[in-house]
Design a protein around this ligand. Structure first.
Ligand code: OOG
Ligand code: MG
Length: 263
């Protein structure tokens, strides 16, 4: 068992690495006894630190490693989740600055925005869909605080599942307007196809990933709440971001979302 002081220390190391834009070595090397449950305790402490010091609040949740493409890319074969904070949201109309980021990557996502709390005791896929206000095309910028994006499952969980920034489209769709299993996705970097996928690549249906997380949260006394934005996980591998790059995600039959990186 790791001591509370050690968990506080790890959370603080991760907080400083993000704030001062540097990489740290993964903590499992130093603390092989770090478990998934303990890693979520560290994540909670990290979020508390960020809310306090950055005067921000929770705006939603994110899932990570929910598609085979991402699991294979990162060598971690189970999903994780994390917290989205209001100050992580970027406006799609404005160029993205890489200045405060370590080694950012970007990935296509489907975001669900909730109109009802998911309180449980057990959440089903049908309940996730009922509680959803709308879905929107989205992109997530991930920026692992670990050296070379190298981590194990407990490491990435402690690091709030690599979350850094997110962008959501202003075009909203009801869950029954889109086919959340077969809808195709094309992710482009500088107008060339980077990768393709389908909505069902996320655990068969993105709402299944959200139900999985909702039940994990309930077990920890936490909940998806009305107004929350939830990223269901990247549908493809992530792309390294360079100055001047442009990224577009297009889903079948709905408006695409494009973002540009500052020169
Ligand atoms: C972990 C976060 C993964 C996703 O959508 O799969 C993630 C990572 O790849 O660094 O956000
Ligand atoms: Mg993601």
């Amino acid at each position: 068992m790791l001591k509370t002081a050690t968990l506080d220390q790890i959370a603080y190391e991760l907080y400083k690495a993000e704030k001062n834009v540097y990489e740290v070595t993964k903590f499992v090397d130093q603390y092989p006894e770090l478990t998934v449950e303990t890693a979520y305790d560290i994540q909670d402490k990290l979020i508390e630190l960020k809310c306090q010091h950055e005067q921000t609040t929770i705006s939603g949740r994110k899932l990570g490693l929910t598609s085979k493409a991402k699991q294979q890319m990162m060598g971690v074969h189970e999903p994780s989740y994390g917290v989205l904070l209001a100050n992580m949201e970027l406006n799609a109309q404005l160029p993205i600055s890489l200045k405060s980021l370590i080694h950012p990557k970007i990935e296509p996502e489907i975001a669900f925005v909730f109109k009802q709390d998911l309180l449980g005791p057990v959440i089903t896929v049908a309940q996730v869909l009922e509680a959803t206000d709308y879905i929107v095309p989205a992109m997530e910028i991930i920026d692992s605080r670990y050296l070379n994006f190298n981590f194990t499952l407990p490491d990435v969980i402690a690091d709030n599942s690599s979350s850094s920034r997110y962008i959501v489209s202003s075009h909203k769709y009801a869950v029954d307007e889109v086919d959340l299993v077969n809808m195709g996705c094309i992710f482009k970097q500088n107008n060339e196809i980077f990768a393709t996928s389908t909505a069902g690549s996320i655990m068969g249906h993105p709402a299944r990933a959200i139900a999985w997380m909702a039940n994990k949260l309930i077990a920890r006394g936490q909940h998806i709440l009305a107004g929350d934005v939830v990223l269901s996980g990247a549908l493809t591998g992530s792309a390294t971001m360079h100055a001047g790059d442009c990224f577009t995600v297009s889903f079948d039959g709905i408006e695409s979302l494009t973002v540009r990186v500052d020169q």
